[in-house]
Design a protein around this ligand. Structure first.
Ligand SMILES: C[S@@+](CC[C@H](N)C(=O)[O-])C[C@H]1O[C@@H](n2cnc3c(N)ncnc32)[C@H](O)[C@@H]1O
Length: 272
């Protein structure tokens, strides 16, 4: 079988890092996600994965972040039989395949056109009421094609930091204005995370630039009436999980106590 040539650069190229993290996790003795589809996709692309700088610790970190967002999305679907899920900046993530939504859930995977084309070539299409949208989430019209009739969970992993704060604010406001109720489930970087961006191999090697830092999650509550932050989990706290590799625990524990570092990243759940 011919391998897929990869011509992505900038933010879209970074999807290969998170894909590779899930693939590495799937081969771990005690995997967090067990995402075998990620491992199969990795084997089908022609890409030098050494560019990602991924090791066991970073792979487990990304898998645990994905697991947290999977769990919140699953919780939302369990609470709302007829829900819509918007999975923004989906990259090559098989979240819909992992969560297998009920047929009453309408699911949208959204990313840039070149990413959605690659996705179609590498991944199987999930069953059910499944749709794709090939667009930047900062474009004006992509949201018009999503019916506004249901409670809607919008999950976006590894996206917020690539947006400017202005684009992130506009995105959140458009979603909260459009749907009757819902949740926003995503991860963010704090100021220190943005400041240290060139230390992240995926960012440095792809030429991507990170912009938006969220230092105080409560600030977003003022962006839309009724928007409330329900959970804000510091990403460094994942060292407490028994599936996090031993070799990363001490450094994560120390960093999680340093005032300058402890807010380097967060997993956020808002409701409206
Ligand atoms: C770090 S990757 C994460 C991909 C996926 N969420 C995952 O966890 O594997 C960043 C993703 O954000 C997407 N992205 C960045 N800016 C975007 C935008 N304005 N609109 C849509 N997707 C965007 C990229 O194409 C890429 O797929």
């Amino acid at each position: 079988m011919d391998l897929e040539k990869i011509s992505l650069t900038g933010a879209p190229e970074t999807l290969l890092t998170t894909l590779y993290c899930r693939a590495v996790d799937s081969r771990a003795e005690n995997p967090v996600l067990g995402d075998d589809a990620a491992a199969r996709a990795v084997e089908r692309v022609d890409y030098d994965f050494r560019r990602t700088g991924v090791n066991r610790v970073t792979a487990a970190g990304v898998a645990l972040r994905a697991k947290q967002l999977d769990d919140w999305t699953a919780e939302f679907m369990a609470e709302h039989e007829k829900a819509t899920v918007l999975h923004l900046a989906c990259g090559l993530d098989t979240r819909a395949q992992r969560l297998a939504p009920a047929s009453t859930v309408r699911w949208y995977d959204v990313d840039y056109p070149q990413v959605m084309e690659l996705r179609q070539r590498l991944l199987t299409t999930p069953d059910g009421d499944y749709h794709t949208i090939a667009s930047s989430v900062t474009e004006d019209d992509w949201l018009d094609s999503v019916p506004a009739d249901r409670p809607t969970a919008t999950v976006f992993e590894g996206l917020s930091m690539y947006l400017t704060e202005e684009d992130g604010k506009r995105l959140i406001q458009r979603i909260a204005e459009r749907f009757p109720s819902g949740q926003l489930l995503f991860d963010c970087y704090g100021k220190m995370g943005i400041r240290m961006q060139k230390l992240v191999p995926a960012v440095r090697n792809s030429g991507a630039t990170l912009h938006w830092a969220i230092e105080d999650p409560s600030v977003l509550e003022s962006w839309h009436p009724g928007l409330r932050c329900r959970d804000a989990i510091r990403s460094l706290e994942i060292y407490r999980c028994d599936k996090f590799p031993r070799e990363g625990r001490t450094s994560y524990r120390v960093l999680s106590r340093l005032p300058g570092f402890k807010n380097v990243g967060r997993f956020l759940r808002y409701e409206f």
